[in-house]
Write a protein that binds this ligand. Structure first.
Ligand code: NAD
Ligand code: UDP
Length: 319
């Protein structure tokens, strides 16, 4: 296939490029580097099956030649207001990437009669009242809260994707991605794993928001990419959760990272964001992915963190 991948210079996008190229596809990467980096794609320079277009997906997208699949990953993705890359600090760009970007990429898929895959998120479930979250759960989202620029853009994107599927007959699918981590996350991205790893490797105390009892379920990037690839080549149209179902508190995550890195500094507790914006619990129900895609994650949190530590050490000049 010849595949347009938006958000190609980001964390997930760059890993997807690698997987798609390994599978023998041609990839046209697109990105405007608002939160991503050309460094993530540097190793693909000169690859015969890879090309790149620097472009903001909120504007009309032109790609010459036939496209067989469109994968829309372009969007800021970190909720951390303390990071310049957090979507709270890029609110209009985030809404435009989710709304206009989805419209433009769907339009391209329609013009090419291409398969379309939307990168959605567990955030569409908001601060969930159902646990674990199944795809049939409609969510509990504050439409004007801090995270709404991201959550509502993704909810709009899902609705638009289904409209193109139902009304125009486009071959669409939606992946609801749960917290994923790994090499190529920005050091200053602001999400829990990169923040904690950067702090730990600098021998600083880890900043835990609230008492750290809020939970997430962290998936290693290789597992996630495998699930997404299986979804791409399937004929599924319904949303599918992809994530690791092992639920961990933020406090446990922080202690594990301090142990793995030998960080002598402990933890520091920062204001609790729960109620305001920080979901209390999050854990995917992955039965649909297990049954329809024959997929489940294989990498444990400890193994995944080990691999990620190696990358962060290199980035910080410690290895
Ligand atoms: P990232 O910030 O590393 O990557 C996003 C990429 O999109 C960046 O390279 C950025 O420059 C690009 N981008 C943003 N707006 C753009 C625009 N208007 N035009 C062109 N490019 C643009 O984040 P990520 O973690 O790799 O996330 C990728 C996708 O996966 C996002 O859509 C995100 O919502 C989704 N997702 C990620 C996670 C996760 O845990 N990593 C969880 C749920 C959903
Ligand atoms: N978190 C934290 N300290 C940090 C960064 C994040 O305690 O330095 C917490 C955050 O409040 C949330 C969890 O870690 O409860 C996961 O945050 P992340 O930004 O990775 O993604 P989210 O799942 O909230 O979208």
């Amino acid at each position: 296939m010849r595949i347009l991948l938006t958000g190609a210079a980001g964390f997930l996008g760059s890993h997807l490029c690698d997987r798609l190229l390994r599978e023998g596809h041609q990839v046209v990467g697109m990105d405007n580097f608002i939160t991503g980096s050309p460094d993530n794609l540097a190793h693909l320079a000169g690859h015969p099956n890879f090309s790149f277009i620097r472009h903001d997906v909120s504007n009309f997208i032109f790609v010459g030649g036939k496209v067989d699949a469109v994968m829309h990953f372009a969007s800021p993705a970190s909720p951390n207001a303390a990071s310049p890359y957090g979507y709270v600090n890029l609110p209009i760009q985030t809404m435009k990437a989710g709304a206009l970007g989805t419209h433009n990429t769907l339009g391209l898929a329609r013009a090419n009669q291409a398969r379309f895959l939307l990168a959605s998120t567990s955030e569409i479930y908001g601060d969930p009242l159902e646990h674990p979250q199944k795809e049939t759960y409609w969510g509990h989202v504050d439409p004007i809260g801090q995270r709404s620029v991201y959550d509502e853009a993704k909810r709009f994107a899902e609705a638009l994707t289904m409209a193109y599927h139902r009304f125009h007959g486009i071959d669409t699918c939606i992946v609801r991605i749960f917290n994923t981590y790994g090499p190529r996350m920005r050091l200053d991205d602001g999400r829990a794993v990169p923040n904690f790893l950067k702090q730990a490797l600098n021998h600083e105390p880890l900043t835990v928001y609230g008492d750290g009892s809020q939970t997430r379920s962290f998936c290693y990037v290789d597992d996630l990419i495998d699930g997404i690839y299986r979804l791409l080549i399937s004929d599924i149209h319904l949303p599918v959760n992809i994530g690791n179902p092992v639920e961990t508190s933020v406090l446990e995550l922080a202690h594990t990272i301090n142990r793995l890195t030998g960080n002598p500094a402990d933890l520091i507790f920062k204001p609790d964001l729960r109620g305001e914006s920080d979901p209390q619990r999050r854990q995917p129900d992955i039965e649909r992915a297990r049954t329809l895609l024959n997929w489940e994650p294989k990498v444990s949190l400890e193994d995944g963190l080990h691999r990620t530590v190696t990358y962060f050490k290199q980035r910080l000049g410690l290895a």
